[in-house]
Ligand binder design. Structure first.
Ligand code: FES
Length: 109
């Protein structure tokens, strides 16, 4: 898997997407948006804009760690699963293990 690639696998009857972030971290996320069930893992993996009080300007941050659902545009931090913007939703994440040869997707975390 190359950096920023994503792969889809079936875990029982659930589709799970495995991402590798720009920093090399692995994330496994169920491909069901907690909003209305959209294919969240097919969305853009990018960053987001936040207000920087110290410099009094908008800053681009978390590049490569923000997943945007393609249906209604809710942004999620893939490292925590939490939605941005004060929205009380969270992605369903799975354990992921790299044994040096294969990647193993486990139970929900
Ligand atoms: S289904 Fe994902 S934001 Fe609505």
């Amino acid at each position: 898997m190359r950096e920023m690639d994503r792969s889809f696998v079936k875990c029982g009857d659930v589709e799970v997407c495995v991402f590798r972030s720009r920093g090399g971290a692995l994330f496994a996320i169920e491909n069901v948006c907690p909003h209305q069930g959209g294919p969240v893992c097919e969305g853009r993996l990018s960053g987001t804009l936040v207000w920087d009080d110290e410099n009094d300007r908008i800053e681009w941050t978390l590049d490569g760690a923000i997943l945007t659902c393609p249906w209604h545009g809710v942004e999620f931090d893939v490292s925590s699963g939490a939605a941005l913007g004060g929205i009380d939703m969270r992605l369903r994440r799975r354990q992921i293990t790299d044994d040096g040869r294969d990647l193993w997707v486990g139970s929900r975390i």
